[in-house]
Design a protein. Structure first.
Lengths: 114, 111
């Protein structure tokens, strides 16, 4: 079975721009979660989607949004980028959800905001 | 304070055993996980233990769970330079829908 894939792997943007990251979960997994990882804050939960619905949301501003498609693929969008948004963005999938099943992570998208 | 705590660094010599420790606060944890992250990569699930177990062994990895003290450890036998990475402890609880991760322990293995 193929693992979780994320595209692109690397992105460089400038302040004020917006960005869209993509995640394809493991086949059969319906839950997709997004995390932001920075050296200072560690791994922080952004949101989780299941069957095209956002089920849970972390403590991030409204500039961070996401969606999930009927094939379980998910995208996250960050608008009006700030320098502090530079981070590794990780996507994780699970069969039903992270509270009941093991999450499997993708390799991440490294976003650099200049 | 943090719900899951780990020490930040551990340095060992190649061939020795490594023990990475983790403490958590929520007694209703159901699953506890260890993930490994190599430089520039995502998190790779290493192993997990269900809360009704106290030990799990998987090749060079041994997980010990002390529910009374809310303490989890990961022992890596015969540590190799390829084991150098950041190791994350995580817990799933009945009360919180989203797993809680520790800050990660950087394991440095030197020859």
């Amino acid at each position: 079975k193929a693992g979780v894939t994320q595209t692109p792997r690397y992105l460089i943007k400038t302040r004020g721009q917006q960005v869209t990251l993509s995640c394809s979960p493991i086949s059969g997994h319906r839950s997709v979660s997004w995390y932001q990882q920075t050296p200072g804050q560690g791994l922080q939960f952004l949101f989780e989607y299941f069957s095209e619905t956002q089920r849970n949301k972390g403590n991030f501003p409204g500039r961070f949004s996401g969606r999930q498609f009927s094939n379980s693929r998910s995208e996250m969008n960050v608008s009006t980028l700030e320098l502090g948004d530079s981070a590794l963005y990780l996507c994780a999938s699970a069969v039903r959800g992270p509270s009941t099943d093991t999450q499997y992570f993708g390799p991440g998208t490294r976003l650099t905001v200049l | 304070g943090e719900d899951v705590e780990q020490s930040l660094f551990l340095s060992v010599r190649e061939g020795d055993s490594s023990v990475i420790n983790c403490t958590y606060t929520d007694s209703s944890s159901t699953y506890l996980y260890w993930y490994k992250q190599e430089p520039g990569a995502g998190l790779q699930l290493l192993t997990y233990i269900f809360s009704n177990m106290d030990m799990k062994q998987d090749q060079r990895l041994t997980v010990l769970l002390n529910k009374k003290d809310k303490h989890l450890s990961l022992r890596i036998a015969d540590t190799q330079t390829g084991d150098s990475a950041i190791y994350f402890c995580a817990e799933n609880t009945g009360g919180s829908y989203i797993p809680t991760f520790g800050r990660g322990t950087s394991l440095i293995v030197h020859p």
